[in-house]
Design a protein around this ligand. Structure first.
Ligand code: NAG
Ligand code: NAG
Length: 205
């Protein structure tokens, strides 16, 4: 009986974490469409995103002009105002590469926030090099990510496994923003990687 109750409690706690928004206030779930960007050998299959070791030389396709390795969902939640939350879980199933972006909040006309992983499991912001978390994104480990972009307060926050891990109090505004997830080897990175993104959700207030 004790064991049964323990299992039940654990299951409820897990359910409450997966798929819940973080942060204060009243959140409304929204369901934006997305399109795929598969570049230079990057491939998306369902919730699984794979990059080979190096680009295949092709620069054609959506988002492929710079020739970088890319396998991403580009969500069409384009917003210019309000408060916007992204939530999801990633799980790297294989990795021989490093410095690979898994999540972006992008301006239509500007780069903004790019969350990258290194092959030691560190998570960092790619433009600034600012560390976010050490050793958490290991192969075979599920990591829950929530981001909140408040365009009124010009703040951006990232939570890892429910814990506030990164804040930017000078977030940009004045553009249209949207979220991307998957795998993208920016200039400093290379493959291979296979990563799954599950339970991707969006909320606004
Ligand atoms: C390179 O890979 C992309 C998919 O990521 C594919 O569309 C393209 O045809 C490939 N090009 C070559 C030359 O293999
Ligand atoms: C990672 O994803 C794979 C493929 O979806 C799945 O089989 C595996 O159980 C996941 N691992 C964890 C730790 O979530």
């Amino acid at each position: 009986m004790i064991a049964k109750n323990f299992l039940l409690t654990t299951a409820i706690a897990t359910l409450a974490l997966a798929g819940s928004p973080v942060g204060s206030g009243q959140w409304t779930e929204v369901h934006p469409e997305f399109h795929l960007q598969q570049c230079a050998g990057g491939e998306v299959s369902g919730d699984s995103y794979t990059l080979p070791k190096s680009p295949n030389g092709s620069t054609s396709g959506s988002g492929c002009r710079n020739g970088h390795l890319r396998a991403e969902r580009s969500y069409e939640n384009h917003y210019t105002s309000g408060v916007h939350q992204f939530g999801g879980e990633f799980n790297i199933t294989s990795l021989t590469g490093t410095h690979i972006a898994l999540k972006q909040t992008h301006g239509v006309n500007s780069n903004f926030f790019i969350m990258g992983i290194k092959n030691n499991g560190d998570i960092y912001e790619i433009h600034s090099g600012r560390p976010i978390a050490s050793g958490v994104a290991k192969v075979g480990t599920t990591v829950r990510i929530n981001t909140i972009h408040d365009t009124n307060k010009k703040t951006y926050a990232l939570y890892i496994n429910g814990k506030l891990s990164y804040t930017d109090d000078n977030a940009p505004s004045g553009d249209a923003y949207y979220d991307k997830c998957g795998a993208y080897a920016a200039t400093s990175g290379y493959g291979t990687i296979t990563v799954n993104w599950d339970d991707v959700q969006f909320w606004t207030q």
